[in-house]
Design a protein around this ligand. Sequence first.
Ligand code: B12
Length: 208
Amino acid sequence: MKEAIAAMLAELREDDTLAEIGKALAAGTDPLALVEGLRDGMSEVGRRFEEKEYYLSELIMSAEIFKQAIGLIEPRLASGSGAPRGSVVIGTVKGDIHDIGKNIVATLLRCGGYEVHDLGVDIPADAFVRKLKETGAPVLALSGLLTLAFDSMKETVDSLAEAGLRGRVKVIIGGGPVNDKVVEYSGADAWGMDASQAVKLVGQFVGP
Ligand code: B12
């Protein structure tokens, strides 16, 4: 099922992808497995783009299909109830407009019971600092898929330190190319490879 969804999305077969998601949900498939299938499909689109088999129009098309598919899945993700466990500020860093992964992370954090302040995309360091001051959130989650995002992440962590917030705010990062080296380079505290890991990390920093 997961593989079929990944393949359909990679082939940009919009109707088939959405129908398959509908079928899988009706059959009681774990919604998170479907999100993973979609993510694998996007990775394949990225690979084809790199190989010049796909162009920008295909990237845009894949993003459209992904958004519709996630719209079908979201209502099935269990939502958090009761008082929020803590709050998180999230956004895609300056110079980067990719938001599909960030939106999944934000959704799963909300489902996990956290209050999420999503600033959107292409967010400069000072906007993150302002929101952290305003909300008192103990965690900042930064997303970025472009290589240039690494510099924006570093700039953001540096700005937190300048604003005297680094002691009380943990910074987690993620997005396609992020790894341990980027954590070291940017001065962040940790990175996560998917949205479930993002929820675990926030749990570690804020309490489960
Ligand atoms: C869809 C897409 C687009 C769409 C984005 C639509 C949107 N609303 O987001 C559009 C068409 C707009 C786009 C534009 C561009 N793109 Co683009 N795009 C992609 C593509 C195919 C998929 C990205 C995606 O959504 N993946 C699916 C999600 C679910 O995965 P994810 O983002 O990694 O998120 C998961 C995890 O990483 C993690 N995560 C994410 N954020 C966070 C945060 C935290 C805190 C944590 C813990 C975890 C976490 O959890 C998520 C869920 O599991 C990738 C290829 C790829 N393999 O990633 C290229 C890719 C990222 N794009 C690329 C490029 C080059 C561009 C453009 C420059 C193209 C151009 N010439 O204009 C522009 C950039 C514009 C800009 N300034 O940002 C390159 C980047 C190369 C690089 N190293 O810099 C890639 C890698 C393609 C490639 N192989 O060359 N793109």
